[in-house]
Design a protein around this ligand. Structure first.
Ligand code: DQA
Length: 146
């Protein structure tokens, strides 16, 4: 079974726990990654994690995924809304990807409603906090076992 999931977080996500709790809750980034790894394990998925605050590093990490991952869960943070470089690199992987946002991006500022990766992802989960990652893992698992 294809079960290797790359979980990628972008800019400012490492600051969870310090960011506005009304949007992001109180979970720290380390706790979030632990929760995702646990849920992935329960679903029989192998998870690997990557976070950076540098767009080029995010792009290069996507370049390097060939042969190492079967699917991607990504929350690029603010890059979601404008980075065509990340969109192009994600498309280049050819891997099924699920877009995740902790907050309800569609009910916040207007500029957060745009996602340049949305149409190349197999699914999108937003506004469910850390639980959204469980939904994303389930969705990706369904995609990988199809
Ligand atoms: C976010 C939403 C983005 O608009 C924001 O810039 C983030 C986090 C989320 O998880 O809700 O950094 O991706």
């Amino acid at each position: 079974m294809r079960n290797r999931v790359e979980v990628m977080h972008g800019v400012n996500l490492d600051q969870l726990g310090r960011r506005e709790p009304v949007h992001y809750g109180g979970v720290t980034f380390a706790e979030l990654e632990r929760m995702i790894a646990e849920r992935a394990g329960e679903l029989g998925l192998q998870s690997r994690f990557f976070q950076t605050n540098h767009e080029g590093d995010f792009v290069e990490h996507l370049h390097r995924l060939e042969g190492l991952a079967d699917g991607i869960i990504l929350n690029p943070g603010a890059w979601t809304h404008y980075s065509y470089a990340i969109r192009d690199a994600l498309e280049l992987t050819g891997l099924p990807a699920v877009e995740v946002h902790l907050s309800d991006v569609d009910s916040r500022e207007e500029w957060r409603r745009t996602s340049v990766i949305r149409e190349i992802c197999v699914a999108r989960v937003a506004g469910k906090g850390p639980d959204g990652y469980r939904d994303a893992l389930e969705r990706l698992r369904a995609e990988l076992t199809e």
